[in-house]
Every structure is written in structure tokens, then in C-alpha cells.
Design a protein around this ligand. Sequence first.
Ligand code: NAP
Length: 311
Amino acid sequence: MIALVTQLSDAENQAWLALFKEQMPAEEIVIFSQMNNEQRLACDIAIIANPLLEHLESLPNLVWVHSLWAGVESLVKAVEKMKLTLVRLIEPMLSQTMAEAALAWTLYLHRDMPKYAKQQSQKIWHQIEYTEPKDRHISILGLGALGQEAAKVLSAQGFKVSGWSYSPKTLEGVDCYHGEEGLQTMLTNTHILICLLPLTDMTSGLINREFIAHLPDGAQLINFARGGIVNSTDLFAALDAGKLDHAVLDVFEQEPLTCDSEYWQHEKVTVLPHISAQTNPVSASKIVAKNIDKYRQQGIIPDGVDMGKGY
Ligand code: NAP
């Protein structure tokens, strides 16, 4: 028995349910709010999207949960307490979409689009000196499922690409760094920094004044990961002081942004409404179904989130 536990709208739940039923015709899959007590007791797997924890807690025989999202930071601590395996969505299509976003917004900064938009609003005709991609250094924080694909696409576009991860890595065409010292070395040579880290105890508030100080003057930031990784006070200070030239932000501590948020107004900030890589329901449902089938056939739960590391 599988429960669909989400805070999505009825229509969205029904659409997901239809896809899952198509992919897993032999499974009994029920939306949490429609489950009776017997079904709750029989439920061993939950497919989740930002679920209420009390809903998960009312499924006493759950063995593992499969998230429909790649980012599961808000769930890690609670699910660890419940002693469940938390499987997040790892999906090639999602990685490709994120890599496309990394390329799109890197080109936006690389080709000075915010500056030309501002010039147009002031009727200024001024040609900014062109920089070749090979001379533009892009650094990626996080070389996981998303960061690695982004690095590949940016490198193929001719940019000089570096990346930073927790453990040492070797990736073709990418200068790989790890550790505190590696981070500082990488930042010193960065023109555009792309954040694709998970939000954990170690990365919360990582991009603060001290961190930004390691970047060259005029560096630019793209945050596709989680708002909590950036210290907003320090970010605004760096933008105002000219230390940072521009920030493209897709994620915020509070989403949606409130009308009075300073982000909307800031001329050096491009606000995106958390759109860099959205889950594709068709491909995601196939991956979830494949993982569940493997569990049913072989008893193998896919690798879950490392609760110690928090991602
Ligand atoms: P992932 O596969 O778990 O990769 C995370 C990467 O970050 C790994 O390379 C890891 O290093 C590195 N890392 C983690 N903690 C670190 C630390 N303290 N120091 C240095 N490196 C560290 O995650 P992913 O699938 O690429 O996703 C990354 C994040 O993107 C998600 O957690 C989510 O927040 C965000 N996301 C955003 C959107 C959006 O639409 N904006 C969509 C999907 C996901 P190791 O390789 O050494 O473990």
C-alpha cells in the first residue's frame, strides 16, 4: 500500500495519482486524506511532496518515503527521528533543466544583460568591452547531481569552470576543489559563482561577508539552491558597496517573497520565482515507479539521504 502525502492542490494530487497508477498498475496508491485506518496501517511506502509530518507519523508501518522533489532539506531532521529512509528525486531530466538554467543565467550575466537593460532605461548608448567565455571563470558550489551537469554544459560552452564539493572529485574539464582551503582558492578566481549546494547545518549562511570577501571585486552570484545558504544582510551590503556586481536569485528564505521584500526593488538583483528546475511529472513518476518496483522485486530501497551529512 502506497500513500501520496503532499500539500499540493486536489487537482495536482489527482494528476500525480493518475501518472502513478499508469506506471504502477499493480499497486494500491491512495491520496493520504482519502485513506481509511486499515489502509494507513497497511501502508509501507509514502510518495511525498512537502508533506505535513503529522500525516507521515500517522502511518505507523512506513518503511521508506520517496520525495517528488530533489531538495529535501526541510524533511531530513524529522524523517531521521522517525527512523525512515528518505529517498529524494534524482532525475536526469531535472539535472538537464538545471544545467540549462545555469547556462541561461550565466549568459545573462556574461553578456551584461542587466547593465544593457539599465542603459536602455536611461537611453545610454555604450558598448561594454566583450569578454570571451574562456576568460570568464565560472565556479559551482556543489558538484552533485545538479552541479556536475551544470559544469558539463558550461564547460562545453567554452567557459572556464571550477567546482567545489565536500569530498574530492575528478571531473573532465572542471577544476575541482574541496575543503576550506580549496574553497578560498576557487573563490579568488571566480567571476560568476553558482550555488547548487544543499541547505545543511554546514552550508546554512555559508555565503556571508567573510565568504564574499574572498571573491574578486565585481563578481556575480547565482543562487539556485536554497535561500538560507546566503546571508541576505551581507549580500545587500556587498551589492551596495560594489563588491558584488549582480545577484540572480531563484530561492529565498521566505517564498513567495512578500511585497515589501527588499529583493524586488534592488537594482542589482534579478528575482526568479523558484523556477530554475521544476520536477517533470511524467519522467519523475517513471523514476519513482522504477524505484518502488525494485523494492517490491528485490527488497532494495534506493540509496537514501545521508542523515549524518544532511543531504
Ligand atoms: P546532491 O546530489 O546531494 O549534491 C550536493 C553537492 O553539494 C555534492 O557535490 C556535495 O559534495 C556538495 N556539498 C554538500 N555539503 C557540502 C559542504 N558542506 N561543503 C562542500 N560541498 C558540499 O544535490 P543536488 O541534486 O545536486 O541538488 C542540490 C540542491 O539544489 C538541492 O539540495 C536543492 O536545495 C537545490 N535544488 C533547487 C531547485 C530549484 O528549482 N531552485 C531544484 C532542485 C534542487 P559531495 O559530492 O562530496 O557529497
